[in-house]
Design a protein around this ligand. Structure first.
Ligand code: DMJ
Length: 450
């Protein structure tokens, strides 16, 4: 599957950001500020660990010869960080090739002006040429997004460690300071924060989109520091406790889910994005006392089961973008606009963690169901495509092979079916785009303490 996805991207779209597999051309989009080759950078480490050597060399050559950082355009700070910097760092750590490190550091420098705000909380959009930054037009009152400024920590610590320049670590440690200071409603972290005042702009809380990877990076910061960063662990524990108390619910049919919270009112919906949380909670559960470990492992398994149900209840056996637990519905999309599947990884990501941590064979069975469904409904003549409606078996394709399909979905499926020592959880943490970063078994303090 990876070879097919790569070969078609290479043939029809090399150097563009994504492949359009139906029209057999490339897509550039406007998320990466003029940077190109998102699929190349996202695919590097997956090609490498799958031992697709020739294909890895093709990707590396493109980075050496054609990856141009002197661009001028509006980029998402978050997307550039998780896909490009994460992808380059992982490629460097796996291969030791300097070119990946140098590009990551160069790109990291270009992101720094986004932090020039009164609080140091970065704005979401940055022009990589001029360094001008601003907030997303759709984010309320010029706010920054929790899942965006909260998903820089892992990569930025590595940038400091590799460059010897503390500035990257200082930036993310300052974000943490601001978050520690601000009052949390019922212990929860809302999704919108003002980079000017450092206070919340709107009380919407979600473990899915807009919030998701902030929580992921707390527990992974602790793991990546070889369990030395106890502040991150405490923030994760406190946040999860508030989530358990206020957001975790059981449906009439007995399915556990994590609702969204709007100023105290619950929205009984889970996004596909929120399905990463089964894996995260299992990973965090490993490291607690007996009672907590058991409770969290159960919660992780129940959420993963619910996400599996969202797949099992569709005709294609792929899950919708969001599913609900209201008006008599259980783990199914109720709105037309939420029926699509864009090759997202979160459900197989949780299968991979639950498999590695429990070895219950059902996770491999569930993963294999996904493989079969992808082959049946998403494979087209020239690559893999998302589908517009998971509830019909004559799917309409969206003509887009997302780069995270190569970075995450296929990598997590591969890791689900290989030995545990391939990218062992003892030695690596995955950034939110599934790019492996090494756990620092030596002294991490120099990078963490500005
Ligand atoms: C990926 O880019 C990352 O996993 C991110 O954290 C959330 N969205 C996509 C995949 O769905």
């Amino acid at each position: 599957m990876m070879k097919f996805a790569w070969d078609n991207y290479k043939q029809y779209a090399l150097g563009k950001n994504e492949l359009r597999p139906l029209t057999k051309n490339g897509h550039i989009g406007n998320m990466f500020g003029g940077l190109r080759g998102a699929t190349v950078i996202d695919a590097l480490d997956t090609l490498y660990i799958m031992e697709l050597e020739e294909e890895f060399q093709e990707a590396k050559q493109w980075v050496e010869k054609s990856f141009d950082l002197n661009v001028n355009g509006e980029a998402s700070l978050f997307e550039v960080n998780i896909r490009y910097i994460g992808g380059l760092l992982a490629a460097y750590y796996l291969t030791g090739e300097e070119v990946f490190k140098n590009k990551a550091l160069e790109l990291g420098e270009k992101l720094l002006p986004a932090f020039n705000t009164p609080t140091g909380i970065p704005r979401g959009v940055i022009n990589l040429g001029s360094g001008m930054s601003w907030s997303w037009g759709w984010a309320s009152a010029g706010s920054s997004i929790l899942a965006e400024f909260g998903t820089l920590h892992l990569e930025f610590l590595h940038l400091s460690q590799l460059s010897g320049n503390p500035v990257f670590a200082e930036k993310v440690m300052n974000i943490r300071r601001v978050l520690n200071r601000v009052e949390k409603p019922q212990g929860l972290y809302p999704n919108f924060l003002s980079p000017v005042t450092g206070s919340w702009v709107q009380h919407h809380v979600s473990i899915g989109g807009l919030g998701d990877s902030f929580y992921e990076y707390l527990i992974k910061s602790w793991l990546m520091s070889d369990k030395k960063d106890s502040e991150a662990k405490k923030m994760y524990d406190d946040a999860l406790e508030a989530i358990e108390k206020h957001l975790v619910k059981k449906s009439a049919g007995g399915l556990t889910y994590i609702a969204e919270w709007r100023g105290g009112i619950l929205d009984h919906k889970m996004g596909h994005l929120a399905c990463f949380s089964g894996g995260m909670i299992a990973l965090g559960a490993e490291h607690g006392g007996d009672e907590r470990r058991q409770r969290h492992m159960e919660l992780a398994a129940e959420i993963t089961n619910t996400c599996h149900e969202s797949y099992a209840r569709s005709d294609t056996k792929l899950g919708p973008e969001a599913f609900r637990f209201d008006a008599g519905s259980e783990a199914m999309a109720t709105r037309l606009s939420e029926r699509y599947y864009i090759l997202r990884p979160e459900v197989v990501e949780s299968y991979m963690y639950l498999w590695r941590l429990t070895h219950d064979p059902k996770y491999r069975h569930w993963g294999w169901e996904v493989v079969k469904a992808l082959e049946k409904h998403c494979r087209v003549e020239a690559g893999f495509s998302g589908i517009r409606d998971v509830y019909t078996t004559t799917p309409s394709h969206d003509n887009m092979q997302q780069s995270f399909f190569l970075a995450e979905t296929l990598k997590y499926l591969y890791l689900l079916f290989c030995e545990d020592d391939v990218l062992s959880l003892e030695d690596w943490v995955f950034n939110t785009e599934a790019h492996p970063l090494p756990i620092n078994h030596t002294d991490f303090k120099a990078a963490v303490q500005p």
